[in-house]
Design a protein around this ligand. Sequence first.
Ligand code: AMP
Length: 447
Amino acid sequence: MSQPSFRTPKGTHDLLPEDQQYMTYIKKAVRHRARQAGYKRIETPIFESKDIFERGIGAHTDIVEKELFMVSSKQKAEDPEYALRPEFTAGICRSFVEHGMQQLPLPVELYAIGPCFRHDRPQKGRYRQFNQFDFEVIGLRDASIDAQLIHVLSKILSDLRILDRLTLQLNNIGTAENRSEYIAALKDYFIGKERNLPDIDRSRLESNPLRLLDSKEEDTQILLKSAPTLSQFLDEDSIAFHETLKEYLDVLEINYVENPGLVRGLDYYTQTVFEYWDNETGAQNAVGGGGRYDPLIELLGGNPTPGIGFACGMERIVWQMKQAGVQAPNKDQIDVFVAQLGPDAKKMCLQLISQLRDLGVHTLGALGEASLKSQMRLADKFGARYTLLLGQMEVKEGTIILRDMVAGKQKQIKIEQAVPLIIKHLGAENLDTYTLKDHMADGVDED
Ligand code: AMP
């Protein structure tokens, strides 16, 4: 076979039909838990003004400094620069301000599902285009909000049967003032020790010193052992907030471990930060994470409004589910394959297929000119549960052959019996019926 000339861009992948069942299953769990807790779905553009990410996430974070995918549509000098969203929070907060959502009953609870883009070095579990689901609660600052948000996340992970493979890491990183005092102390501590830092962390010490705390460099971690810790710089309010949050997590029976090194890469976080880590591999390939971002809305031009949110990587969840042996239900099975021969049979088949589909039976029909034998082989390849065969003889006699593909048995029946018999065999509860009314009651679409 010749090599295809075009391939997916580096760090991206096709989500083929066989991968969709996992994605659909995750989205179902997300929508279900979101609805239970009063979250409403929001969709923001896949690209936004670059400034939103610079202000919201921070100009010196890896995500903005190195990983933004720019969208080149700049035709005039005054046109804004756009970037593909590397995460949801900044765009959702922009939307909150733009649509005056502070007038709504607070807190405003929003969720989103969709692709995000980071120009990272691709490796296992790290892609340039990946899917996230994201939850945000905007408008209230209370530890019970933090606890409830984490609770929703833990419920989703539990529904997907991967919670016991993960550990919730929890920290409080205080206010911006706490952190700037701490950063000054950290810089003081490193005076004269810079030479011992790996290059990457030496430059972080200048641009974003907090990133040293979750550095993966061994030399840095050794030096940090005797460095001042962020927890020594927390104000009373942050300490009390954290203690209350832990009490609420206990009430909700949510397990966690305290992780003083967890800072998260983004500038906008204040106080609560958390991540779900794989029990074995830890920080690498975290499944999801989030935190409180009380200054963010104001940074984006709104009135001061507190908020908290989290995002999870769906590809990483799929990986966890596969590791855990969780089967996502596949609803794409073919119930009936209709095989036919001759022009009259073909017309009757078209009607029969349409009738079966309307009743919720997954039906395929071979409408080509192949022999009945090769159509039967095709039915087998499609994995059809039953086949209906209609040849010229049968049309004349007003009959049809119903074949049970699993039992390998067949019988000739009256054509009028075909539909009721199929329904009886499949069971009314297994029919895939779909009405617009159900759809509207659901309130959200299926993607
Ligand atoms: P973050 O806010 O950066 O911690 O991202 C939230 C979640 O998105 C992470 O815990 C991952 O599950 C997922 N994620 C982030 N970056 C990537 C990536 N490059 N590829 C795949 N998943 C990612």
